[in-house]
Ligand binder design. Sequence first.
Ligand SMILES: Nc1nc2c(ncn2[C@@H]2O[C@H](COP(=O)(O)OP(=O)(O)OP(=O)(O)O)[C@@H](O)[C@H]2O)c(=O)[nH]1
Ligand SMILES: [Mg+2]
Length: 349
Amino acid sequence: MSPVRLPDPEQLAERIRRGERAAVASGLNLLDNKLDEARQGAARLLAALAGEHGLSAGHLIGITGPPGAGKSSLLAAMIRKWRQSERTVGVLAVDPSSRPEAGGGALLGDRIRIKNTAHDEGLFIRSLANRSQLGGVASEVWPMSWLMLACFDIVVIETVGVGQTEIDIAEIGDTVCYVAQPASGDTIQYLKSGIIEIPDIFAVNKADLGAPARKTAGELTRASSRQDRRADWDYPVCLVSANDHSGIQPLLAHVDRHRRFLIDGGLFDELRARHQRAWVVRLLKDEFGTFGLGLLGGAAGVDAWLQARPSNQFAGYVQLRKHILSKFLSANHQSSLTTKEHVNEQAIV
Ligand SMILES: Nc1nc2c(ncn2[C@@H]2O[C@H](COP(=O)(O)OP(=O)(O)OP(=O)(O)O)[C@@H](O)[C@H]2O)c(=O)[nH]1
Ligand SMILES: [Mg+2]
């Protein structure tokens, strides 16, 4: 078998930052590649994209909710407005594997009536049709969304589901928008029982149906106000219709306002850093198991070590990976990562 040719991560990062679509596609493929040498390249790519200042640009938005609530339709309506105001948009459509016929990005493309999104340089849609893992969002969705942040103003992840998926999306996105289905008591039950956390924004779609949508919006407002919530954010409940486009502009205003709220409150960078640390822990665990993670003092050890570092968690990830690998190789499982000296502090190779 001929060796796999992988792109040079640092050069690729440069091209992605310039917004070259081919580079974005190739970068996403690299992050999605499970081969050993690709993992190293993926880590370097992320480290290069994050640079000294971390990934602090853009707005990462999670759109989630039950099947058929109208997430894709609503997203298409939102994208149209964003593009009208010249904002660039990247989308990761994580559609359920059980419904391959829906086609994820293809479906969304149809909704936007752009058969081939290559015609719009400012819109990039990647379908991850089979990545909605039972019990959560697949690990690669995290870095893929961060890669997109390096070149698009707005990055949206559409996922279907409640429960773990909803929790995962809250661990990726800056802002979580939950699309609720009118006349469905499910969401309210989930909220009341604490299965889902309160999203930053509720969008009750299909407002064109009238009374059922209004009733659901009222119930959601009451149910969400009972829960523990941040005193300083108002958790808006919006009535929207992807069909007649009513309420879309106010919804987008809330989305923007939430990002402003995070920045003004000094919460934004901390949120991103926390999400990135959570992903590093998860990825190391995926790759090396509890035992491998244990070599670094477990999840808490890794988290503490990353927290002590500058904003580029991905450079830390590269080092931690190498550290575990060298420990595996030397079969020296004695030390745990309690001090920085245990880790090779050399530049990323
Ligand atoms: N009446 C009405 N129907 C809508 C609206 N938005 C979406 N729908 C319909 O609801 C159905 C589901 O829409 P989708 O956009 O595919 O919903 P989704 O949440 O993305 O579905 P999954 O990705 O399969 O979970 C479709 O038949 C849409 O035509 C709306 O605003 N009003
Ligand atoms: Mg959909």
